[in-house]
Design a binder for this molecule. Structure first.
Ligand code: ADP
Ligand code: MG
Length: 325
């Protein structure tokens, strides 16, 4: 009979890789890294909990990808270049084929972005995945939530709402064709962090956030931190062909406005930078869409107002995803 893996064998076999961008990686009491001169360290953590963020039977390779992708997305939203990650895992058991697939999904994305896995922690317990990511950004150049100004244009990358549309379909709140579901499920399971966009926006955007909790909620965070309000136009929101076909269903509209998990970037910039931003879109081969404007906050107007093309206010009662709401 095969002997179960010990904790140390498990770490050695599945989570120990060369870390060329670090001074010291996995295997000591702490890793050592050096931040380049003139750069600031950006640090962020995201936890994925079984039953909350993913289903217990989730594909381990997709889970490995997603656990890193959501953290990379935070670096993108800061305009930071991701450099190092740590991975803390609670595992119900040491299942070799699960671990191989999970580490494979995680490391494929890590290599793609040249991020080094430099440490972590491994313990037995209900499946829980916690990643801490560190990146570098030139001093004073980080894209923050508090930099938006009245008059800024509001932009988003890619298409919005597909990931939440997939979740709505799994929950039978919308019905999609089989190929449609496969297309939007790819967005849910395999988000692509917009690292190159974040880096390109360092000198152009006033503020940025990644859309993890839904456009309204996340744009609301920019408003809150910047002390301004936002006006967006519903018809301008960039949607996929699948989303467009189902927009008459209210669950699809909710996914578009308030669905999380897309990991696109929402950012604001001066109108004078409009054509520069379209140039960034061309050079990255990534769709960037101007969806509205920031304005001064007013007591009698919603913080994020959604209007139809004729200027009428659209009432929206779902403000995004709140774990304790
Ligand atoms: P300590 O007793 O100091 O907490 P551990 O025995 O937990 O050290 O970990 C040994 C080494 O393995 C450390 O360098 C730690 O960062 C690393 N490590 C533990 N778990 C993981 C993991 N899941 N992924 C990457 N590195 C890990
Ligand atoms: Mg430990």
């Amino acid at each position: 009979m095969k002997r179960p893996l010990t904790e140390f064998e498990l770490i050695k076999r599945y989570f120990t890789y060369p870390a060329p961008g670090a001074l010291l990686g996995v295997g000591d009491d702490a890793a050592l890294v050096r931040v380049a001169r003139g750069m600031e360290l950006a640090v962020s953590t995201d936890m994925l909990v079984c039953g909350r963020h993913f289903f217990a039977d989730a594909e381990p390779a997709q889970l490995g990808h997603k656990a890193l992708a959501v953290n990379l997305s935070d670096m993108a939203a800061m305009g930071a270049t991701p450099r190092w990650v740590t991975l803390s895992l609670a595992l119900p058991k040491a299942d070799a084929s699960w671990l191989r697939a999970f580490a494979g999904g995680f490391m494929r994305l890590a290599r793609k972005h040249r991020v080094d896995l430099i440490g972590g922690d491994t313990t037995r317990g209900p499946l829980n995945i916690c990643v801490q990511i560190m990146g570098e950004v030139p001093a004073g150049r980080a894209l923050r939530r508090d930099g938006a100004r009245a008059g800024d244009e509001i932009w988003v990358s890619g298409h919005l709402g597909d990931a939440a549309l997939a979740l709505a379909a799994f929950g039978k709140r919308v019905s999609l064709g089989r190929q449609e579901l496969a297309a939007v499920a790819r967005r849910l399971h395999g988000p692509l962090p917009r690292i190159a966009l974040g880096e390109a926006l360092r000198k152009t955007a006033h503020s940025a956030i990644d859309i993890s909790d839904g456009l309204l909620a996340d744009l609301g965070h920019i408003c809150e931190r910047s002390g301004v309000a936002a006006d967006i136009e519903f018809e301008r929101l960039p949607v996929s062909a699948v989303m467009r076909r189902h927009l008459q269903q209210s669950a699809a509209r909710a996914a578009l406005l308030a669905g999380g998990d897309d990991y696109e970037l929402c950012f604001t910039a001066a109108p004078a930078r409009h054509s520069a931003i379209l140039g960034i879109a061309r050079s990255l081969g990534l769709k960037l869409t101007c969806i509205g404007e920031m304005r001064r906050a007013a007591r009698n107007a919603p913080q994020v107002a959604v209007r139809s093309r004729d200027g009428r206010l659209i009432h929206v009662n779902h403000g995004g995803f709140d774990h304790f709401g």
